[in-house]
Each structure stands twice: as C-alpha cells, then as structure tokens.
Write a protein of this length. Structure first.
Length: 346
C-alpha cells in the first residue's frame, strides 16, 4: 500500500441506512450526500443508497444533483437547496431536481426560468424557523405562498415541499422552531393542498426528537456512521469508512507511516491514539507526507496503522479525533485529499 487508503464498507452503509429508517419511521428518509458524500465518494454512496432502496436524495448543490441524476437515471427524487445561478436553475429543471427556495428573489428567478424553458419547477419553500440561515420570514410567508400558487395555476411550478433548518441550540428553541414551521404548513393549506414533503429535521433531531419529524427527515452524517461531536454513540450505527496507512520505516521507539498533512490530516491531531496490530498507540507527530507513531514489539515495514475507524485496532472514530481539535467528524473526512485512495472493500 504505497498511498493511504480510505476503505469503504458497503455492508455497513446499508446497515446504517436500515437502522436510520427503523428509527425515524414513519417519516421517510432523505439521505444527504453533500461534500462528495461526506468525503466517501459520491458515486459509491449514491449507487449503494439506490441499491438499498433510498427514494429521496439530498444533494445541497445543483452540480452534485445533476451528477446524482446521471447515476440514478429516472429513479429517485433529488433535492438541491443552495441558492443558485440562472444557469444552474436551468440544469436543475432539465434534470428534474427539486429546488429548495428560501428567498422571494430566488423564487422569482426559478419561476422565470421555468417560463423561459416551458417546464415546471418542483419547489420546496423554506420558512426561517429561527436559525436565520436563509429562509422566508414568517411575515413574508403568506405572500410568497400566493406567488407559488399563482405559478402553479400557470403550470410553471408545483409546490411540493416546506422545509427549514433547526438551530439545535436547545430543546426549547427547537420546540419554538417547530411551532413556526407548523404555522407555515397551516397557512399554506389555506390556499391549496398541503405539500407532500414536510422536512424540518437533520441527523441529530431526526434521531432524538421524534415529535419534530415531518413526512421527510434529512439525514446525512449518521447514515455514514458519523456521530455528533460530544454526542452519544448511536444504536445500530457504525462508521462505514476507515483510514489506513502503511509503515514505511521502523525506528527504535517509533514507526513512520505514509500519511501526513498533504493528505488532509491536521497536524493538531498529534497526541491522538491510532490503531496498530498491537492495539492503540499515540500519533506522535504529523508531517507533510509522513507521520510518526509510537512503536510496538515486532513492528515491520508494511504493517498498517488505522487513523480512524470503528475501533477494531484501538483507533478512534472520525468524530473522536474531531473532538480533540474542537470540530466535527465530517470535517476529518472531507479534508482528505485525492492523495488518499478510496477503496471499496465490501
């Protein structure tokens, strides 16, 4: 193994998807694939999810959504929620991608592009329920719904979803957000049919707060086995990837491994425990293309050291490493560069 490897376990991903579905039922799972499927690789993750029966796919940006549509063909509903350019809107409409819309200006542009192209946009309106990360203010809601209903009558839009983001700062704030969300749903129902897709919760709230779930739950990190920072372990959920590097040199008290900051490993992870054939050992330092790990009896060139995984060799999870440097597990994965080979092992 001349390069470090991120080893991807399809069976674990499928098992995690099953566990999430069972946990959130009867809410339907929208699996999220942002940031190249949290660094795991979009193609592998989408194809695995399709084979596991996923029907809703969260893509964040339209470019990723278009690639997902190429992989899925006509199957599946794809939802892209970042505000986008007119050219990107055209791509979304051409590839039957649902659009998350959080401003009146963006809504106007989506409707205009549908008019120009002679097609119909599938729209999920976002209510700002307190996070203030995009979204229509409650006082804007009724008027904006009226604009969507008018576009529906013209055949330019289908009002198919209402959504929001939770701040997840406290249970009380999330309860208040739910009240704002439900009021938006109620108001939308006064002018026509209530949209089919109602989604308020992401991974943590979907898992822990069943009363907040809508007809859909957007779950990303948990599907990949990435627990929340400072959060408890999740029943039935395991990391689907492990990062391994080979020993290239054995010294008196330590070994050198072929991975470093150029591969995306933060130098601040020095001092963390990693997995070896002899169990947990300390990662002593992180260089540019190599790192130093405390040695063990019988260490040899070619032995493997596991930087993160599910603990089989004494290593921590990606989130365990992230907690050492005050970040989240997905950042450890998404920092990995193309120097790290992605390998499907099951």
């Amino acid at each position: 193994m001349s390069r470090p490897e991120l080893r991807l376990h399809t069976d674990r991903l499928v098992a995690n998807i099953r566990a999430v579905r069972e946990r959130i039922a009867p809410s339907q799972l929208m699996m999220v694939f942002k940031d190249d499927a949290y660094g795991h690789g979009l193609t592998w993750a989408v194809e695995s999810a399709r084979d596991a029966g996923i029907e809703w796919y969260g893509s964040y940006d339209i470019a990723s959504g278009v690639e997902m549509r190429r992989l899925l063909g006509s199957d599946g509903r794809i939802f892209a929620w970042v505000t986008s350019t007119d050219e990107e809107i055209d791509e979304a409409l051409a590839h039957h991608i649902d659009l998350g819309v959080g401003t009146a200006e963006y809504l106007d542009r989506v409707i205009e592009r549908a008019r120009v192209l002679g097609t119909r946009a599938r729209i999920h309106l976002k209510i700002d329920s307190g996070l203030h990360r995009n979204g229509l203010l409650p006082e804007e809601w009724e008027g904006t719904v009226a604009v969507v209903r008018a576009a529906e009558r013209e055949g330019l839009a289908a009002f198919v979803g209402i959504w929001s983001h939770l701040a997840e700062a406290s249970d009380a704030e999330d309860d208040d957000a739910r009240s704002v969300f439900l009021e938006a749903v109620r108001v939308s129902g006064e002018s026509g049919a209530t949209p089919e897709a109602l989604h308020l919760t992401a991974s943590a709230a979907s898992w822990w707060r069943p009363e907040l779930r809508g007809s859909l739950s957007r779950v990303g990190a948990f599907c990949y086995g990435i627990r929340s920072a400072e959060g408890p372990e999740l029943d039935g959920i395991a990391p689907v990837a492990e990062l391994s590097a080979a020993v290239t040199r054995v010294r008196r008290d330590d070994v050198v491994i072929a991975i470093g900051s150029f591969d995306g490993i933060p130098s601040t992870l020095a001092g963390a425990e990693v997995g070896t054939p002899a169990g947990a050992r300390v990662l002593r330092s992180v260089g540019e293309t190599s790192s130093v790990v405390a040695g063990w009896p019988g260490a040899a060139v070619g032995d493997e050291v596991t930087l993160f995984g599910r603990g089989e060799y004494g290593e921590q999870s990606a989130t365990g490493l992230a907690e050492r440097i005050d970040t989240v597990g997905e950042e450890i994965l998404t920092r990995l560069t193309p120097r790290v080979r992605r390998v499907i092992v099951s």
